[in-house]
Design a protein around this ligand. Structure first.
Ligand code: PMP
Length: 424
């Protein structure tokens, strides 16, 4: 595979951007390929190589790259302007639309990224409860802001230690952690910190350590505990919202949180974040209340137009039925192949998400950390050589889109057999 242009671009990039990339997940060894264009489920790099994409922009591109209906909606909005600095009707309509699918989002605010959404949701929960502490799940990722960048793997409900240089311990000392799928740990953390916990923030399906599903009854138990202890329950559905189905993981599992954060698919591939929830909590947000949140690009018309068109398309065409079926068939096929090759790896996921864990079948972050990351890395490189682009990290999730067809799955499986074979 010729990669001269990507290699040269990376060398230049190293001089002007930390690590040569705009976000750490995009780094790859020995260097990442530089994308020139994308269409459907394929990426074309600067050297003209073609890749089958199962990263899909880390989740937002549920309809593939450049879906015509979304492109048209963006173009139409371009003709009407793309930044107003004033309210516009689209915001009202989009909020009403989202509320139809997630009735618990009685009020919401549109921001620009998932990180902003979780940061603001936590602030609103603190403002509403007048409490400081936040419980998050070990290994849970909610964006790159100070309060949630806490080292994963430290003991349950111990005081947070920053996971990044530049984050003062004072900023994370209110962040507690508990393992996923452990009701007792959650209860113990709430009991030990009685009357001090503002909120529990969690992904209903952990998507940032490969996908890990909640055990039967776990989310319901967390819902009951948070209610009992007066902590706001925030479901971070930045990944799962409109991925699992139109009603999110909360609809799928039938557990309604007090607050929800959305992003990714909700922006149709353009930058967006949304936080919302119970009226009495959201009424604390400025200018109605004293919890400050503001942004030049909040409610950006282009993102809203793309998001609106995406939700309309998904709903009208009931895309999740086929997508989720494809996901199930793919996971089964991968599991079958592993069995046939007598490889002790596991396939995880639900709906249109999957990941192969190189070791065990993890139920939480600590177990996921036991997987062989080096081996995944080698596997990833072989897949890339075979023309398939997966997220470069063992802890990311692979995504399907409506652009993937039967032959794309066949190509994925072919590359998978070859790549696993090369690892032996
Ligand atoms: N929450 C979750 C669950 C995420 O997966 C991510 C990003 N992958 C974020 C929040 C942050 O979103 P963004 O990258 O748009 O800031």
């Amino acid at each position: 595979m010729k990669l001269d242009t990507s290699r040269a671009l990376f060398e230049e990039a190293l001089q002007v951007m930390p690590g040569g990339v705009s976000s750490p997940v995009r780094a790859a060894k020995p260097f990442p390929f530089y994308t020139k264009s994308a269409k459907g489920c394929r990426l074309t790099d600067a050297d003209g190589n073609d890749y089958l994409d199962f990263c899909m922009g880390y989740g937002p591109l549920i309809l593939g790259h450049q879906p015509p209906a979304i492109k048209e909606a963006i173009q139409k909005q371009l003709d009407a302007g793309w930044l107003y600095g004033t309210p516009c009707e689209l915001e009202v309509r989009f909020a009403q639309k989202i509320m139809n699918y997630m009735p618990g989002m009685q009020m919401m605010r549109f921001v620009s990224t998932g990180s902003e959404a979780t940061m603001s949701a936590i602030r609103a929960a603190r403002g509403y409860t007048g409490k400081d502490k936040v419980i998050k799940i070990e290994g849970g990722f909610h964006g790159a802001h100070d309060g949630v960048l806490v080292k994963a793997g430290s003991g349950a409900a111990t005081m947070g230690v920053p996971d990044s240089l530049g984050v003062p311990k004072d900023f994370t000392k209110h962040t507690l952690q508990v393992p996923f799928n452990d009701v007792h740990a959650m209860e113990a953390a709430l009991e030990t910190n009685k009357d001090e916990v503002a909120c529990v923030i969690m992904e209903p399906i952990m998507c940032n350590m490969g996908p890990i599903l909640p055990k039967e009854g776990y989310l319901r138990a967390v819902r009951n505990l948070t209610r009992e202890y007066g902590a706001v329950l925030i479901f971070d559905e930045v990944v799962t919202g409109f991925r699992i189905g139109m009603f999110g993981a909360q609809g799928y599992f039938g557990v309604e949180p007090d607050m929800t954060t959305l992003g990714k698919i909700a922006g149709g591939g353009l930058p967006i974040g949304i936080f919302g929830g119970k009226k009495e909590i959201m009424e604390t947000v400025a200018p109605q209340g004293g919890v400050y949140q503001a942004g030049t690009f909040n409610g950006n018309p282009l993102s809203l137009a793309a998001g609106m068109a995406t939700l309309e398309y998904c709903d009208k065409n009931r895309v999740h039925l086929k997508l989720n079926e494809d996901g199930e068939a793919l996971r089964q096929a991968l599991t079958e192949l592993l069995k046939r090759m007598k490889l002790d790896y596991s396939v995880s996921g639900t709906a249109s998400m999957f990941q192969v864990f190189f070791g065990g079948k993890p139920e939480n972050y600590r177990e996921a950390l036991l997987c062989d990351k080096e081996l995944y890395s080698k596997f990833w490189s072989h897949m890339l050589e075979g023309g398939v682009f997966l997220p470069p990290s063992q802890f990311e999730t692979c995504f399907l889109s409506t652009a993937h067809e039967k032959r794309d799955f066949e190509n994925l499986l072919r590359a998978f057999i070859k790549s696993c074979g090369a690892l032996k």
